[in-house]
Ligand binder design. Structure first.
Ligand SMILES: NC(=O)c1ccc[n+]([C@@H]2O[C@H](COP(=O)([O-])OP(=O)(O)OC[C@H]3O[C@@H](n4cnc5c(N)ncnc54)[C@H](O)[C@@H]3O)[C@@H](O)[C@H]2O)c1
Length: 251
């Protein structure tokens, strides 16, 4: 599946991440988006959040980040559903169900039988090994399977890690990166690494957090001053310990 062939993206799980991913895929990528979750109540909340939430399209228009017509077109591109069969003709899947390995494996096993054979599958896992998430899909699908890790809130954070396994085909890697780029994201390529948890962002952040904890535990600096140093010295929007800096105040 080449980038030009990707017309419809299926997002599996319409929570915090799935809603944001669906929003940017429609509003910035111009893709048709089908978001599937497990109850009518949840999918209605997903659609409301895409429009009304703090990072939603309505506010994007209000604060001048997006033209009204573009926001309206984006809403028209998004369908929400509880029906797994509605994903059958999707060209590209982005999974964003809760971070439980067995759940993700089961979801992909089901998707493998439902979604057309040439569709690309991706997972927004925070850190599971992608080859392990893919273990229950066909060998053929494994060549079209990758990680696609976004940062929250997806409409404002540009990062997208693209994680390729030993089996991911070159064409799939290019298409996954192309979809992310078309949706306005900054693509960071990462090799799948069995025996680890987390890709690039979360591993480096966790290492920095461990060092920050050592500094605080040794009485070298307070939590407040550690946060202050990172926010004012590295322009981080937030520290480790709750000082949120500027985050949350702007779109
Ligand atoms: N929240 C973050 O900051 C963040 C950042 C990066 C990555 N992630 C990853 O994204 C994934 C989703 O996280 P989230 O914060 O959006 O979780 P969430 O709980 O907000 O949303 C998960 C959604 O998946 C739905 N769901 C559960 N089982 C399902 C199934 N079988 N089919 C379809 N939908 C199903 C739930 O009803 C829920 O709406 C996780 O793997 C998480 O680690 C989260």
């Amino acid at each position: 599946m080449k980038l030009d062939d990707v017309k419809t993206i299926g997002v599996v799980g319409g929570g915090v991440m799935g809603g944001g991913i669906g929003q940017v895929m429609a509003a910035h990528g111009g893709f048709n988006v089908v978001i599937r979750d497990i109850s009518e109540e949840i999918v209605e909340q997903t659609k409301d959040a895409i429009f009304e939430s703090k990072w939603g399209l309505k506010r994007a228009v209000e604060v001048g980040k997006m033209e009204f017509d573009r926001a309206r077109e984006a809403m028209d591109l998004i369908t929400v559903t509880t029906d797994q069969q509605a994903l059958a003709d999707c060209d590209f899947i982005i999974e964003a169900v809760p971070e439980r390995l067995e759940l993700k494996q089961q979801v992909f096993a089901e998707l493998d039988t439902v979604v057309k054979p040439d569709a690309i599958f991706t997972s927004n896992t925070s850190g599971f090994v992608i080859a392990e998430i893919a273990q229950n899909v066909s060998e053929d699908r494994k060549t079209r399977f990758a990680g696609m890790h976004y940062s929250n809130p997806v409409p404002t954070m540009k990062m997208c890690e693209v994680i390729y396994t030993q089996q991911t085909s070159r064409e799939t890697i290019d298409t996954v990166a192309g979809v992310g780029a078309q949706a306005g994201k900054a693509i960071c390529m990462v090799m799948d690494a069995p025996g680890t948890y987390g890709f690039l962002l979360n591993r480096i952040f966790a290492a920095a957090r461990r060092e920050a904890d050592k500094i605080v535990d040794a009485g070298i600096a307070s939590r407040e001053d550690v946060d202050k140093a990172m926010i004012t010295g590295r322009n981080w929007p937030a520290g480790f310990y709750g000082n949120r800096g500027g985050i949350g105040k702007q779109w």
